[in-house]
Design a protein. Structure first.
Length: 130
């Protein structure tokens, strides 16, 4: 049976794609550090991550569209839906604009979550460097 290939469209907005990837990486790394800092046991880590990840990805409309205004407004404040929307914007033909609201949510999650975790979890080790 012959294989067929599905062409991958090229991004039409490279700055939107770059911004979405950079801000998304910052936001999700900050969340990963926050979750890792809260989990004390290595055996519990996969279960805790899945407990957070699956509902977050589901209500963000990643698996299927969600038609609930309440869930959509909640998902818009969390990082997955703005990340998905910013990536989709990069591949959508049209005027070359940036998804500033999506970038703002991702920057808040990346910057605010990263700063909170760094301030709360960072400790000086007084025994070193003498």
């Amino acid at each position: 049976m012959p294989y067929t290939t599905v062409p991958l469209p090229a991004p039409s907005h490279w700055p939107a794609l770059t911004g979405a990837l950079l801000l998304g990486a910052a936001a999700f790394c900050a969340l990963g550090v926050a979750v890792a800092a809260l989990i004390r046991n290595a055996e519990a880590a996969p279960a805790m991550v899945q407990l957070v990840l699956f509902p977050l990805v589901f209500i963000s409309g990643t698996y299927m569209p969600i038609h609930s205004p309440a869930l959509n407004s909640l998902a818009s404040a969390l990082p997955v839906k703005p990340f998905n929307d910013a990536l989709l914007h990069a591949f959508t033909p049209g005027p070359a604009t940036l998804p500033w609201s999506d970038f703002g949510v991702l920057a808040l999650w990346g910057g605010a979550a990263g700063a909170v975790v760094a301030v709360r979890r960072f400790r000086w080790d007084q025994g070193r460097g003498e």
